[in-house]
Design a protein around this ligand. Structure first.
Ligand code: GLY
Ligand code: MN
Ligand code: MN
Length: 447
């Protein structure tokens, strides 16, 4: 995961906004695609076509070449979970979760365009190991909505014919990609496509929001499951397991990032992810964990007493963090900037600290920025100076971490900018001390 804290479909989520989500059986089941037994979800052809057209219209003239990710090697890589995750840029324009593919898009400068998908040929012997793969044939054309699908070995011939600037993703995904390196050093007019794609990704379309909402809804359910499972004396790893088991049960593809479950003093380490300590009665647990669904990830943090009841001191600090978060959330609307929200949250903390943290205000314990964009990356792409606009999604996550008192509190929610203001996507995870204590109390009664 990149640096921690940078700055700081669906109908199910409507219900989740109104009351804490209750685990109620899988909601994230895959739509089976018979031709792709190992792959899963259907591709939204209108959405991906619109993204490709929007990109080409913005470029006017030129050729775009985007590689897919490659399979990782079980013998060489230290894999933790799924061994394949598509590159985000390729996924954005295709939603195709297949290996070794290439997408070529050309705008001729006169309003005409061409899109070609290149796929390696199928190898039946290898498919005994990997499962069925998509090949360069009519099935691929039908599933992707890209009419022209060719074998990869015809790509270089096409590239030689391409006129105008050549746009490539020049980033970590292509630094070891030989074909990209050769093009960069070929003397042609090569430009980085990432800034344009990143600005498109900053404003989520309706199809993306369906995926993001699902990731957030599932994650909120995981947080509820962790609260319900917790008992003093449990290992942090057991609480982590309760979260992760629930999100997988609900259809999460994988975790959005390594789960952070820090109890007591560990809750003051922003990036604590070893989860080995045994909790003790009186601890606050900071759990920053989220699911990835359909390539999109949530990012939610809750902080709660492992014994189910906040002490007066813990509640005072908690309510200060919550008030600061709410002040920033209330200000979210189109036109405002992330930096302004950060100032609002910090000012709230300064003004309302009283003597809670001694002579100076508690904001000295708020040691990171307020939030960051979310999407296909947990710290998603996009320019932070951009004024907020409908369709942008980000976190608001103030915290107070007091190592000398052995506890920290972070509250992190996922916000969507709407036409008139905002929507709290992660409202399904209990947020006030009363809501949290109620969920924990009720779970104890049932056992
Ligand atoms: N979960 C990482 C972050 O909050 O930025
Ligand atoms: Mn975050
Ligand atoms: Mn987080």
């Amino acid at each position: 995961m990149r640096s921690f804290i940078l700055l700081g479909l669906v109908a199910v989520s409507l219900q989740a906004q109104q009351k804490p989500a209750q685990p109620s059986g899988p909601i994230g089941a895959w739509t089976p695609v018979p031709e792709l037994p190992g792959m899963g979800r259907a591709i939204d052809i209108p959405a991906t076509t619109a993204r490709r057209q929007a990109l080409l219209a913005r470029l006017g003239k030129g050729t775009v070449l985007i590689p897919a990710a490659h399979e990782r090697d079980l013998e060489v890589d230290y894999l933790q979970d799924n061994d394949f995750r598509q590159h985000n840029t390729f996924f954005y324009f295709t939603q195709l979760e297949t290996q070794d593919a290439w997408l070529l898009m050309t705008a001729d400068g006169a309003g005409g365009s061409e899109v070609v998908l290149f796929l390696p040929p199928r190898v039946p012997m290898r498919e005994r190991w990997t499962g069925v793969r998509l090949g360069p044939d009519s099935i691929a054309a039908r599933l992707t909505g890209i009419a022209t699908v060719l074998p990869t070995d015809s790509l270089d011939r096409r590239l030689r014919r391409a006129r105008g600037p050549l746009y490539l993703p020049l980033d970590v995904t292509t630094e070891h990609e030989t074909r990209i390196r050769d093009l960069v050093y070929s003397g042609r007019d090569v430009r980085n496509i990432r800034p344009v794609v990143d600005s498109m990704r900053l404003v989520k379309d309706a199809e993306e929001l369906g995926r993001l909402r699902m990731a957030v809804t599932i994650s909120a359910m995981g947080h509820v499951a962790a609260m319900r499972a917790a008992r003093p004396g449990m290992g942090e790893y057991e609480i982590e397991a309760a979260f992760e088991s629930e999100v997988r049960r609900q259809g999460a593809d994988r975790l959005g990032y390594p789960s952070i479950v820090g109890s007591g003093i560990n809750g003051t380490t922003l990036h604590y992810d070893t989860s080995r300590r045994q909790t003790a009665d009186g601890d606050i647990v900071v759990i920053d964990a989220a699911a990835e669904y359909g390539q999109y990830t949530a990012d939610i943090t809750r902080s709660w007493p492992v014994n189910g009841k906040f002490t007066p001191r813990q509640k005072e600090i908690y309510d200060l963090v919550l008030g600061s978060q709410q002040a920033a959330i209330d200000a979210v609307r189109p036109g405002i900037r992330m930096a302004t929200l950060d100032t609002i949250a910090r000012n709230y903390m300064k003004t309302n600290s009283g003597k809670l943290c001694g002579e100076s205000s508690c904001d000295r314990y708020f040691i990171h920025g307020l939030g960051h964009w979310i999407g296909m990356d947990v710290h998603d792409v996009g320019d932070y100076s951009t004024p907020l606009a409908p369709g942008m999604a980000f976190t608001i996550e103030p915290g107070i971490y007091i190592p000398e008192e052995g506890f920290g509190v972070r509250i992190e929610d996922d916000i969507l900018v709407t036409d008139t203001g905002h929507e709290l996507l992660s409202a399904g995870a209990p947020r006030t001390t009363e809501e949290i204590e109620k969920v924990m109390r009720e779970a104890r009664k049932k056992k």
